[in-house]
Every structure is written in C-alpha cells, then in structure tokens.
Design a protein around this ligand. Structure first.
Ligand SMILES: [Ca+2]
Ligand SMILES: [Ca+2]
Length: 102
C-alpha cells in the first residue's frame, strides 16, 4: 500500500507547511489582521493616509491608487507579500519601519 504511505507523508508535509505559514501569515495576510485592532494601535495619521490613498475604499491600495497618492516609489517596499496590493497592515507596518530608519 505505497499509495497510502505517500498520501500520509503528503498530508504531514502539508500540515508542516501550514504551521510555518501560520507563523508569518497573520502579519501580512488580508483578514489575518483585524483592522479595528490594527487601527487602535496605529498612528492616526498613518491610518488616515491609508484611507486617503485607498480612494475606492476596498481596503487595499492598488498600483493606480498608489500613483495617485504619490506612493508609487514606495509601492514595492510596502507590498511585502508581492500581491501588487498594499493592505492596511502592510502600509502601516511599512511606513513605521521607514520612519524608524530615517
Ligand atoms: Ca483600493
Ligand atoms: Ca500586499
């Protein structure tokens, strides 16, 4: 019953990968971060800058919105998971890191 063993190994590997992903996912994944909690701990000026840049209000800054807000130069820096959208968590964490580095 080789097939059974292979399936078992695949399942264990998948579980291990899920566990690894779970360690970093909540920081970056959409929905992994509760926005209300995030905004409570975030500097209000960054929260309002995010909402100004997110002109269609879908909760992420896309490349078009980033250009309109003058953020195109920061886009790849802020887009940590490279999904071509800047989530609120990415924006706030990224901008805070940029401020700390100045
Ligand atoms: Ca948007
Ligand atoms: Ca992203």
């Amino acid at each position: 019953m080789h097939n059974y063993n292979n399936a078992l190994r695949g399942g264990l590997l998948g579980a291990a990968l899920l566990t690894l992903a779970g360690c970093t996912g909540p920081l970056f994944g959409p929905g992994g971060f509760d926005n209300a909690t995030l905004e409570n701990g975030a500097p209000p000026e960054l929260v309002s800058r995010f909402h100004e840049a997110d002109s269609d209000g879908d909760g992420v800054i896309d490349p078009t919105e980033a250009s309109a807000a003058g953020l195109q130069g920061l886009f790849t820096t802020l887009d940590e998971d490279r999904d071509r959208q800047i989530s609120e968590a990415e924006f706030i964490n990224g901008m805070q890191q940029l401020d700390n580095n100045q």
